[in-house]
Design a protein around this ligand. Structure first.
Ligand code: NAD
Ligand code: WQD
Length: 338
């Protein structure tokens, strides 16, 4: 019998790519999403890409009633927990919304999982849990904390909560995956990142400039202590990230608590990404240099050796493929899923 995985937040950018990966790897997929930042069309297209069906529940992770249905109608063997709000700036303006949705929602989810005796979870964490002022190349042992946003703090608190839960009950299997900067889209161009309004993140901004929706990219600062003066990150293709989740699902078979960085280990500056995009797609990106954005760390990237050694996973796609697939999605869907 196929194993059934519950994916909270499965209609979102990363979630929809994970649904494709899981369906292709022979899992049954059940999605729980309130569609607060996504569209059901992404799930329809995940089915179209794979030729497989998934089960969708439009529900909030804070809605206890929804779990009765989900756990009684499906034999869930584990949960990939992606549901959450993720806009850093919005979290500064509305911290309680973030604490309630992300932390409160996770408390309800974990209580309901306990009640239904499903004690296996993979959590979507973030490099933002690290103290980004101390080290540039981050291992899972690097110091945590000092987050510059309420959003980042929700990720750190959830990691701590999961750790406490494991220490209280060692029959849990818990995997925390710290993503670096996911970009790119499924190679088909049928699913991808579809931000509401003005994008907060670099790649969707670049693709919206390329498609003519925005006049120019504002590069936030070129006076950092980096070779070209712009900030450095570790960009990872969303399909590589999805593959990392599939590998992590195998880890859930035995009880334990583990944490992995999911990144490429290759640092790239903002200007390098812009130039890679231009080269991969034969386009020019209009940009200007703007003031620094508050809270941006100059440089960090992953050491992803642990995921390679223990999960047998490593990122395969380079920055050119990430730029090509991001553009393929945007040009085929200039209005996203709308
Ligand atoms: P996304 O907004 O596209 O997906 C999140 C999904 O969760 C959306 O479909 C949204 O509708 C849903 N959701 C939010 N609150 C919910 C609630 N209370 N109940 C049910 N559904 C809810 O974001 P994404 O980029 O796909 O990110 C997925 C996860 O990965 C998030 O937890 C995010 O914090 C984490 N993450 C993202 C990044 C990134 O750069 N995109 C980096 C690190 C970690
Ligand atoms: C990347 C670089 C910007 C937009 C964020 C979250 C982090 C994680 C991933 C969830 C930076 C520069 C950007 C623009 C620019 N998310 N930039 N012009 O800030 O590294 O990480 O997403 O966990 O928590 O903070 O990603 O894509 O916003 O920025 O110059 O219009 O691009 O200054 O150097 P970031 P980003």
């Amino acid at each position: 019998m196929k194993k059934n995985i519950l994916v909270t937040g499965g209609a979102g950018y990363i979630g929809s790519h994970i649904c494709v990966e899981l369906l292709e790897q022979g899992y049954d997929v059940t999605v729980m999403d309130n569609l607060s930042n996504s569209s059901e069309e992404a799930l329809r297209r995940a089915e179209e890409i794979t030729g497989e069906k998934l089960r969708f529940y439009q529900a909030d992770i804070r809605d206890r009633g929804a779990y009765e249905k989900i756990f009684s109608q499906n034999e869930i063997c584990g949960v990939i927990h992606m549901a959450g709000l993720k806009a850093v700036g919005e979290s500064v303006r509305e911290p309680l919304l973030y604490f309630d949705n992300n932390i409160g929602g996770t408390v309800v989810l974990l209580e309901e999982m306990t009640k239904h005796n499903v004690k296996r979870i993979i959590f979507s964490s973030s490099a933002t849990v690290y103290d980004l002022t101390r080290e540039e190349c981050l291992t899972e042992q690097s110091p945590l904390g000092n987050s510059t946003s309420p959003y980042g703090r929700t990720k750190l608190v959830i990691e701590q909560m999961l750790t406490d839960l494991y220490h209280a009950d060692e029959s849990w299997s818990i995997v925390m995956l710290r993503y670096f900067n996911p970009i790119g889209a499924h190679e088909s161009g049928r699913i991808g990142e579809d931000p509401n309004g003005e994008p907060n993140n670099l790649m969707p901004y670049i693709t919206q400039v390329a498609v003519g929706k925005r006049e120019r990219l504002h590069i936030f600062g070129n006076d950092y202590d980096t070779p070209d003066g712009t900030c450095i990150r570790d960009y990872i293709h969303v399909m590589d990230l999805a593959a990392g989740h599939w590998k992590a699902v195998a880890k859930l078979d035995a009880p334990g608590l583990s944490v992995y960085n999911l990144g490429t280990g290759k640092p790239q500056s903002v200007l390098e990404v812009v130039h890679a995009f231009e080269q991969a797609n034969g386009l020019k990106i209009n940009y200007t240099i703007a003031p620094r954005r508050a809270g941006d760390a100059p440089k960090y990237y992953a050491n992803a050796d642990k995921a390679k050694a223990e999960l047998g996973w490593e990122a395969k796609r380079d920055i050119g493929a990430m730029c090509r697939d991001s553009w393929n999605w945007q040009k085929k869907n200039p209005e996203g899923y709308r």
